[in-house]
Write a protein that binds this ligand. Structure first.
Ligand SMILES: CC(C)(COP(=O)(O)OP(=O)(O)OC[C@H]1O[C@@H](n2cnc3c(N)ncnc32)[C@H](O)[C@@H]1OP(=O)(O)O)[C@@H](O)C(=O)NCCC(=O)NCCS
Length: 229
């Protein structure tokens, strides 16, 4: 079972992180992978009632990886924590499947209270570096949280939020479920403003060339007629 999870995780890192060149590299050099695998053990201990052992186990993982995940936190499948250092995931946080987190993100508490006090993150959510998601709020499926955002309100599905406090950006990007953009940025040339400008310049140039050709041919025609007269 653990081996199956490990294989799935290694495959996910290789598919989603352009920097991952081999499975061995992922196994050896990705603290996010180590932290999530370790969390499975700590979470198991927590659920079996070995609370102190679970806390101590996750504390060792924090020493080793720089990633702090409370053993009671519920993590979905194929979670990637890229770079990882400084990540904090609190006790009542819940994370769906196929999420992608960068370093220094916090799924934390907005105000100290008992019970559910950390966020619930849906499936396929990207959380940019340094973002803080605070309180028992819900982040919908396919949402994207910009780097350094501070999120204190619920985020609807398929929405990108940025800033402090985080607000939705104007447009919703249609995203195919099978495509993944590792930096939250679409790798679609049609959305590149520079390419768009270049296309415009090229069209203008073609039109100018056509006009020059027309003028030249009209000039030649005129000259031939004058010579004939
Ligand atoms: C938020 C993010 C996903 C936006 O991607 P997007 O949907 O393609 O949005 P755009 O880049 O078109 O930006 C939309 C608007 O939000 C602004 N914006 C984008 N990211 C922002 C951020 N982190 N903070 C504040 N504003 C941001 C843009 O300037 C733009 O503003 P405008 O409409 O006034 O021009 C992306 O910018 C991001 O932060 N990704 C995380 C990357 C990361 O953490 N990398 C770490 C690698 S080590």
């Amino acid at each position: 079972m653990a081996f199956m999870f490990l294989r799935e995780m290694v495959r996910t890192y290789r598919e989603r992180d352009p920097a991952a060149r081999s499975s061995l590299e992922v196994l050896l050099c990705y603290p996010g992978l180590h932290a999530v695998m370790w969390h499975r053990m700590s979470h198991f201990l927590w659920r079996k009632g070995f609370r102190l052992a679970a806390r101590f186990s996750s504390h060792i993982a924090r020493w080793v990886t720089g990633i702090e995940i409370h053993p009671a936190a519920k993590l979905g499948r194929r979670l990637v924590i890229d770079h990882g250092m400084g990540v904090v995931i609190g006790e009542t946080a819940e994370v769906g499947d196929d999420c992608y987190f960068y370093h220094q993100i916090t799924l934390g508490v907005a105000r100290t209270s008992a019970g559910k006090r950390h966020p619930t993150v849906g499936n396929n959510v990207i959380i940019g570096a340094g973002a803080k998601v605070l309180g028992p709020i819900t982040v919908g499926d396919n949402a994207r949280i910009g780097s350094n955002a501070v999120v204190v309100d619920p985020v609807p599905a398929d929405t990108t939020v940025v800033g402090i406090p985080a607000r939705p950006v104007d447009r919703k990007l249609p995203r195919a479920a099978e495509s993944f953009d590792p930096y939250g940025m679409p790798c679609d040339d049609s959305l590149d403003p520079l390419l768009h400008d270049l296309e415009g310049l090229r069209a203008e140039l073609t039109e100018l060339e056509a006009r020059v050709a027309r003028l030249t041919s009209a000039g030649q025609h005129q000259a031939t007629r004058s010579a004939a007269d």
